[in-house]
Ligand binder design. Structure first.
Ligand SMILES: NC(=O)c1ccc[n+]([C@@H]2O[C@H](COP(=O)([O-])OP(=O)(O)OC[C@H]3O[C@@H](n4cnc5c(N)ncnc54)[C@H](OP(=O)(O)O)[C@@H]3O)[C@@H](O)[C@H]2O)c1
Length: 275
């Protein structure tokens, strides 16, 4: 546990900030250094009771008290929330701003706050809600190395962090890690259906598929072999796995994945223009 403890203020108390701050506290970050604002009380009451953190319905108060601000409202509310913060709170050049809003580009925040802010844009994915996320991060030139280390630590509490050089790469990360859980669920569903078609009970088929997926992911994450080498290691020549894999290869699974990712990247780029 690093001793870089800063007061971190979440603006918005939805599912994603709840997971991040929950992960931080579980990982040993002091609850007394985490503060949150949200317009309505129920989530704040729950967070106060569960973690003993300080909460407020006043965004200004939380932004004033925080050294690091995590902007956690929906993208469509971001302009209104940021312009209101900028108009009512001083000292933005001394704070580190982190945004987790999907789609909204860094340029938008310079419009809201001016150019001399230190800004990190983070794209967490939904498995962060269960502590197994992938967060893609981009920082601007005002973000110091110690700031980067701090942000890495925050998002490592809910999974892994991947720093990207260019903001455009966030669209690719979104198309792979952001959309990826849906691709895996779709694929898992098709395997479950295939087992059911051959007479396996639905619950058993689901258990087989999800545990196999979990096991394969664990093997991959614990191994130094490439993914293709791991695949080869479980594919004996002339065996049943080889027959199954051949069917996927004939259907050109690689090209299908490329098309899926390209389509999602294109949509991310289109959506970024909507804000
Ligand atoms: N969930 C994900 O998997 C995921 C993944 C990547 C990125 N993100 C990003 O994370 C951000 C938060 O998402 P979420 O899933 O946590 O959303 P959410 O569960 O819908 O929560 C949004 C929260 O914002 C609060 N809010 C509304 N107006 C506000 C204001 N003026 N000031 C402060 N808070 C306000 C809402 O309060 P009330 O309940 O009182 O209305 C609500 O608690 C979004 O920008 C999203 O793009 C989420």
């Amino acid at each position: 546990m690093s001793n870089d403890i800063r007061t971190i203020g979440f603006i918005g108390a939805g599912n994603m900030p709840q997971s991040i701050l929950g992960g931080m506290i579980k990982g040993g970050y002091p609850a007394s250094s985490i503060i949150v604002s949200n317009p309505s009380r129920p989530k704040l009451d729950m967070l106060e009771e569960k973690y003993g953190i300080y909460t407020s319905q006043d965004n200004h108060e939380i932004a004033r008290k925080a050294d690091v601000i995590v902007l956690s409202v929906k993208p469509q509310l971001m302009r209104e929330v940021c312009e209101d913060l900028k108009a009512n709170v001083q000292g933005w050049e001394d704070k580190l701003i982190i945004t987790i809003a999907a789609g909204l580009r860094m340029d938008s925040y310079y419009e809201y706050f001016g150019n001399n802010i230190a800004l990190v844009r983070v794209m967490p994915n939904t498995p962060s809600l269960v502590g197994e996320g992938v967060s893609g991060l981009v920082a601007d030139a005002n973000v110091s190395t110690t700031d980067r280390d701090f942000v890495t630590r925050v998002f490592d509490f809910v999974g892994i962090t991947i720093w990207l050089e260019e903001e455009d790469a966030i669209d690719v990360l979104g198309a792979v890690a952001g959309s990826g859980p849906a691709y895996f669920f779709e694929f898992m569903h098709t395997l479950q259906r295939a087992a059911e078609e051959l007479g396996i009970d639905s619950e058993q088929a689901r258990a087989m598929v999800q545990q196999t997926c979990l096991g394969a992911a664990k093997m991959a994450s614990e191994s130094d072999f490439s993914l293709i080498d791991l695949r080869k290691q479980v594919t004996s020549k002339g065996g049943s796995t080889a027959k199954g894999v051949e069917v996927y290869q004939q259907a050109e699974l690689g090209k299908i994945s490329q098309r899926a990712v390209n389509a999602a990247v294109a949509r991310n780029q289109e959506m970024a223009k909507l804000f």
